[in-house]
Design a protein around this ligand. Structure first.
Ligand code: NAD
Length: 425
């Protein structure tokens, strides 16, 4: 008989189901303690708020939904981005919070995972409206965030400015400036000089060691990047810097392909002036879905979740996928790609550069002592390469793919912490 008290229903959504299934598959594989497994499949704290939002024209007051989910409070404060999207929901936020827990554990950061979101279309907001949404959302979750509790960062649809408004709102409430309450803020407020580009650069940092695994030299190889936001844009810049040819990019407006290579500085100038890639000359316009299947050596999904599915996994030409976005590949697609010999660097490892530099930013804010860009970039590279090597070693020892190995590493670390803390009371 179906249980009427199935607590998982609280977070039920395709993304949450996928995250839990992924966790349980690995938990079984490593014979994880049953009690720990039960605790880790559910987030520890989930906050849902609704709040009023007045548009600039002052006519209507809408009700918006906001979320903040803290998956694991065992190992220190929680850390995770805030996304603004028209379809964000509690289950999606909970799934992403769980992924953040594994991600932090894989690179060895003293954080549990969290995530937040507001269900709103960020493109439909004026600057003043975005500011009102952000300040009110911050006020609604003010009791659950803080430099020692839970530290937000940007994610889809939010940026440095959003973080500055959160920092200001929080600081106004507590009565003094608290830069360490968010990361990914502007450098003028104690933000890290390298945070904006950290995720995209981190993704590209892992291309050479991953390419080595498939006997591929990086120089001159073709890369396609889906998404040209915070992650995709800096991944494109970094890929060009290491001698790769960016042949395809996309954003919400269009996809662009040029087999001879696109000039990344022209693309960035274009979006700086016109916001979207649409209309860019010297390239063929293609659909976002079509872009993923075009000829290339390395594919970097850096926009949305669930874009590589069983429907298109067979047609992907890349030999190497480095996941900039969170959860871009479904479990079914993952299996197809694995069988086809496509080497995947999973999101929880590949895009961990963002949270790593966020960790640096938080440490610097707490100490009021700021590092040089070279120190930040050097330490980032060191942490990511070490994590990659450790995950690869687990993959080889256990005979599993990199995603499974990364999850094994993350879950083992978290489980060990949970077991030594014990159960209160
Ligand atoms: P962003 O909002 O800066 O950029 C998103 C990009 O995706 C934009 O170019 C946008 O036009 C495009 N996009 C949006 N909707 C689309 C659609 N329906 N079809 C095609 N393209 C679409 O976001 P971001 O910070 O670059 O995040 C991208 C992904 O990377 C997300 O999955 C996010 O969770 C993940 N991520 C981001 C960071 C970070 O530091 N920003 C860190 C880790 C993971």
């Amino acid at each position: 008989m179906e249980s009427t008290f199935d607590i998982d229903r609280e977070w039920d959504s395709p993304t949450y189901r996928e995250a839990v299934a992924q966790f349980e598959r690995v938990a079984e594989l490593i014979n994880l303690d049953d009690n720990v497994q039960e605790r880790l499949r559910k987030p520890q704290r989930s906050t849902i708020v609704t709040f009023p939002f007045r548009r600039d024209d002052y006519s209507d007051v809408d009700t918006l939904y906001g979320y903040r989910v803290q998956h694991l409070l065992t190992m220190g404060p929680t850390k995770g981005g805030i996304r603004y999207a028209p379809d964000v929901n509690l289950g999606e936020v909970a799934a992403l919070a769980m992924l953040m827990t594994w991600k932090c554990a894989i690179v060895g950061l003293p954080f549990g995972g969290s995530k937040g979101g507001v269900r709103v279309d960020p493109m439909g907001l004026s600057r003043a409206e975005a500011q009102r949404v952000t300040r009110r959302y911050t006020a609604e979750i003010i009791n659950v965030i803080g430099p020692n509790k839970d530290i937000p960062a940007p994610d889809m649809g939010t940026n440095e400015q959003t973080m500055a408004w959160i920092m200001d709102t929080y600081s106004q409430h507590v009565g003094h400036a608290v830069p360490a309450v968010v990361t990914g803020k502007p450098p003028a407020l104690g933000g890290s000089i390298a945070r904006r580009e950290a995720t995209g650069r981190g993704v590209v940092t892992l291309i050479p060691p991953a390419a080595h695994q498939v006997n591929m030299a990086v120089e001159g190889k073709r890369v396609i990047i889906q998404g040209f936001g915070n992650v995709g844009r800096y991944a494109a810049i970094a890929a060009e810097e290491i001698g790769m040819k960016v042949v395809g990019v996309s954003d919400i407006s269009t996809g662009l392909y040029n087999g001879q290579g696109l000039e990344v500085s022209k693309l960035t100038d274009w979006v700086d002036q016109r916001t979207f890639l649409r209309g860019f000359p010297d390239a063929e316009e293609v659909s976002n879905e079509g872009l993923l299947e075009l000829p290339c050596d390395v594919l970097i999904p850096a926009a949305l979740q669930g874009v590589i599915t069983k429907a298109n996994a067979d047609r992907i030409e890349a030999r190497l996928i480095v996941e900039g976005a969170n959860s871009p590949t479904t479990m079914e697609a993952d299996e197809i790609l694995r069988d086809r010999g496509v080497f995947t660097v999973p999101d929880i490892l590949a895009n961990a550069g963002g949270v790593t530099v966020s960790y640096f930013e938080w440490v610097q804010d707490l100490q009021n002592y700021f590092w040089s860009e070279n120190e930040i970039v050097g330490r980032l590279r060191e942490i990511l390469h070490r994590a990659f090597d450790e995950v690869l070693a687990i993959a080889q020892q256990e005979g599993v793919d990199l995603r499974t190995a990364a999850l094994i590493k993350g879950i083992r670390r978290v489980a060990a912490a949970k077991l030594v803390r014990g159960v209160y009371p």
